[in-house]
Design a protein around this ligand. Structure first.
Ligand code: DX5
Ligand code: ZN
Length: 227
């Protein structure tokens, strides 16, 4: 048994000139989370938006805001994004000197906590901090840009993490979400779900088209026969 499937549109591919309306319409179109890609042009070679933008769009977000911190250092950003309305905060383990402390900082704000693993980052740290995790975010592209192609070696990693999460759920009665991020389209989401993902970030697959509801429905349609 896995948690039900969530679609988390990444606003990195939205129209930044009217972000609030974009968020409202993609939620109307069926989004479960809003994926908020924070980039600092230090940890990743791109620069997006900060806590003030999160605060500004919060009134439009009637679903959880899933903040993906692609920043280094991490800790100062945790309390600011929590105060700005984040509901889930994930960061990259390479970007924190003290991963357990950063996760505790997130939990102390009341937000859900997650680790984001780049395609080449091994997942062994999971075993040490799994009790603090609500989400494991597996990057299926190298972070920094939308519209990239899905890295198929991620499928094996998804299955490995699914096995770890299922064993943890059996032993502790608590499910951790397995979120996959990057290059997700209607023609690969079923395979990604089969491998064990339950939460799907999609930026260009949704915001690259006019009708967000139609795009989200098309992604969901691929998941109907998968459990
Ligand atoms: C990349 C971001 C992803 C990206 C996904 O660094 O973390 O969330 O926006 O965009 P698509 O779905 O277009 O690959
Ligand atoms: Zn992301």
């Amino acid at each position: 048994m896995k948690p039900n499937f969530f679609i988390a549109p990444s606003i990195l591919s939205a129209n930044f000139a009217c972000l609030g309306n974009e968020i409202a319409s993609v939620i109307e179109g069926g989004a479960d989370w809003i994926h908020f890609d924070v980039m600092d042009n230090h940890y990743v070679p791109n620069l997006t938006f900060g806590p003030m933008v999160c605060q500004a769009v919060k009134p439009y977000a009637s679903v959880p805001i899933d903040v993906h911190l692609m920043v280094e250092p991490v800790d100062e950003m945790i309390s600011t994004f929590a105060a700005a309305g984040a509901n889930i905060i994930t960061f990259h383990p390479e970007a924190s000197r003290h991963i357990d402390r950063s996760l505790s900082l997130i939990k102390a704000t009341g937000c859900e906590a997650g680790l984001a693993f780049n395609p080449a980052t091994p997942i062994h740290v999971l075993q040490e901090v799994i009790d603090k995790l609500d989400v494991v975010l597996l990057m299926s592209v190298n972070p920094g840009f939308g519209g990239q192609s899905f890295i198929s070696s991620t499928l094996k990693k998804i299955s490995k993490v699914r096995a770890i999460i299922n064993e943890y759920a059996r032993e502790n009665g608590r499910f951790i979400r397995l979120e996959v991020d990057g290059g997700i389209k209607t023609d690969n989401i079923a395979q990604i779900a089969e491998a064990g993902a339950d939460t799907f970030v999609a930026g260009s697959a949704i915001f690259g088209h006019k009708d967000y509801a139609k795009q989200i429905a098309a992604l969901r349609a691929q998941l109907v026969s998968i459990r």
